[in-house]
Design a protein. Structure first.
Length: 57
């Protein structure tokens, strides 16, 4: 077996690599979206704290 045959996946390369790509996209989204939501929440809390004059009571 050579590298060209490996990358062609026996004629099923489109489906195999599309599946790998879809899984990679979902894994990236599962990591990235919570991080972005966390940052957004922290920014909202900072703005709210500033509006209240910095008092945390």
């Amino acid at each position: 077996m050579n590298w060209q045959e490996f990358w062609a996946m026996g004629g099923h390369a489109f489906y195999v690599w599309t599946s790998f790509g879809a899984v990679a996209a979902v894994m990236l989204a599962n990591w990235l979206l919570p991080v972005l939501q966390h940052r957004k929440l922290l920014d909202q809390l900072r703005r709210q704290s500033r509006r209240q004059g910095g008092q945390s009571r």
